[in-house]
Design a protein around this ligand. Structure first.
Ligand SMILES: Nc1ncnc2c1ncn2[C@@H]1O[C@H](COP(=O)(O)OP(=O)(O)OP(=O)(O)O)[C@@H](O)[C@H]1O
Ligand SMILES: [Mg+2]
Length: 229
């Protein structure tokens, strides 16, 4: 579903990613790991077109989107929940979902599906997103990314700084989404969450891939070693 080849990008003259390859199949979770500042968010932002690629290619469902603007990628089926559970703070939970569902043929049903996936959001529909807890806001951010029915879901540290009970719910939802056939590209720092969900693992260090393979072939010890500071 997603094939990233030889990707290079950065900020101005500062190169951050060097020749990064990563692929995600439909119904699978590809986990990208690595210490703080190695370029995980830069990778996802480049995949989504928020940062231009300086080299390499991003192919989504057989279509080269390397130069496509972000809204075109989103419209073609790429959903993104960026790091830091961003939502529209002054809008209510329902308004946030409506904005994300705007223009969909069956937006009411699409929103209802998200509320079934995230039942905690239902009693909060009229609350302003800026007043949600971190975990609630993260659920809303994922629901917003899912509302248009993407074939690829891109998630940047969805469990960062969130209480364990909500982490478990988010992990459950990611598993369900993948089980429905959606490809998931997940940046995750927590080893247990990552190894629990991942089909494949890619480890970055200083903007380069230092490990790539099936999650089942990666022991906890080896993963911990790759991520050690
Ligand atoms: N807007 C920016 N302008 C310039 N440099 C940036 C910018 N954003 C990130 N960087 C730099 O790019 C490198 C990679 O940052 P990035 O945010 O991709 O790392 P990360 O792996 O997502 O880190 P974290 O685990 O803390 O989220 C870092 O050296 C960072 O300082
Ligand atoms: Mg990051």
């Amino acid at each position: 579903m997603l094939e990233v080849r030889g990707l290079c990008s950065g900020y101005g003259r500062a190169r951050v990613l060097f020749d990064v390859d990563v692929a995600v199949r439909a119904g699978q979770v590809a986990c990208v790991m690595g210490r703080n500042g190695v370029g995980k968010t830069t990778l996802l932002n480049t995949v989504m077109g928020l940062i231009p690629a300086v080299g390499g290619s991003v192919v989504f469902d057989g279509v080269d989107v390397t130069r496509a603007p972000t809204h075109v990628r989103v419209r073609s089926g790429m959903g993104y929940a960026p790091q830091g559970h961003e939502t529209f703070a002054p809008l209510t939970v329902l308004e946030n979902l409506k904005v994300a569902a705007d223009g969909l043929p069956r937006s009411g049903e699409a929103i209802e599906e998200q509320l079934e996936l995230f039942p905690r959001l239902r009693p909060l529909l009229n609350r302003r997103a800026g007043l949600l807890s971190g975990g609630q806001a993260q659920q809303l951010a994922i629901a917003r990314a899912l509302v248009a029915g993407p074939r690829l879901l891109v998630l940047d540290e969805p469990t960062e700084g969130i209480q364990p009970s909500i982490v478990a719910e988010i992990v459950e939802v990611i598993g369900q989404v993948a089980a429905r056939g959606v490809a998931v590209l997940l940046v995750e720092q927590y080893l247990d969450v990552a190894l629990g969900l991942a089909d494949t693992v890619t480890v970055l260090d200083a903007g380069r891939v230092v490990h790539s393979g099936q999650a089942a072939d990666l022991s906890r010890e080896e993963a911990a070693r790759l991520l050690a500071v």
